[in-house]
Design a protein around this ligand. Sequence first.
Ligand code: PA5
Length: 447
Amino acid sequence: MNQLRINLDNALDFIDSKKLEQYDTQTVDIIQHLEENTSDPSNFLGWLNLPSEIEENKIREIEETANSFTKKLDTVVVIGIGGSYLGAKAVIDALSPFFHTREENPEVIFAGHNIDEDYHHELRELLEEREYGIVVISKSGTTTEPGIAFRILKKHLEDKAGKEEASNRIIAITDAQKGALRKLSNEKGYKTFVIPDNIGGRYSVLTPVGLVPIAIAGYDIRGLLKGAEKMRKDTLSTVPFAENPSSLYAAVRNELYQNGKAIELLGIYNLKLYCFMEWWKQLYGESEGKDNKGIFPAITQFTTDLHSIGQYIQEGRRILFETILSVDAPQHHLTVPKAEDDTDKLNYLAGKRLQEVNTMAESGTRLAHSDGNVPNISISIPEINEISLGQIIYFFEKACAISGHILGVNPFDQPGVEAYKKNMFALLGKPGYESESQKLLNRLKKQ
Ligand code: PA5
């Protein structure tokens, strides 16, 4: 099977090997603790064994539902924010062509992750011409951004296709019992899937939250689960520290953090993984940034950003380390053509594959950044496909849980997300927020 590989050579130069050894028993203890505490839903550990526990009938139900959408619709809008959309978008973007939509499957468009008026207006205009359906995803069923998008698009779809047909074209993915979306789904008879109680949003990509949109886009959810299952086995507590990629990654990044490297830049050289970085950013940002601690997760697209923040990486404040996610083999084959005049002096590259140029850019950058005191962790996959994506998803989820525990934070909550919501509700006059509202308005007046 395709195998994810981790190379720490350019990071180990920056840390004391004795210190790294101390993470051996600690990471094994953490994984054992995770493994032993899956039964209590309040521990949010349902993702840990998900790839081996997901039932065949659930997978089939997702595939059948996706097929029925594929037959009748040319477009599906997936509504969700944070963990309720990023995993699906990451996988679909990674597997999809850059410049066109595959004809056999509906185009998947995302909404509900912003409150931009122009975005919603233009989306509605586009959907005028489309036979579309909606997959609305919200675990709580009460999140403002997807709530607004769903309200707008549900009305649009009902006006366009009629109420009964609209209800046939809406899938809701939400809590089994609670929340406004569950209530509405029961009333309207929407097809529903459940987000398990014991899985938080950002760990939910291998539940219907990710699997339904990915299957609708035409990708192999079984391959994704197979890759994740392989990584689950490769990261069990019984796997020695030195062979456990998630433990090694978690340990090295924490040791670098202890040495003053407070920012981790996840970088790619293969553009299809851009949204995968967004998924990673959310996973690590929400899991670790709390109690005044945490590595700040930032993302960068190379070689593009070598002509932008590359300058900072090379010579700015030495508070960065990099994790580069690379792909051994692209899907296509393209070489640099020879030019008779060679005005641009690029004939020395003639006949070389772009992949070779990209790989040399990557190797040269790694060495340059390492010389500039930026440690580098390298994670690579043989190619972008469902199996390797399943592996990296599980690899990063497991590492995030281990890393959060090393850091001494709860990697499964996100209390800080409430602060902006409270202010926004008060400023918008939501009932129950009246006293806060006046205080905030006075503060804003002074600014
Ligand atoms: O990781 C998380 O828990 C969050 O990012 C949520 O996924 C996000 O806030 C959306 O929440 P909900 O699915 O309840 O609408």
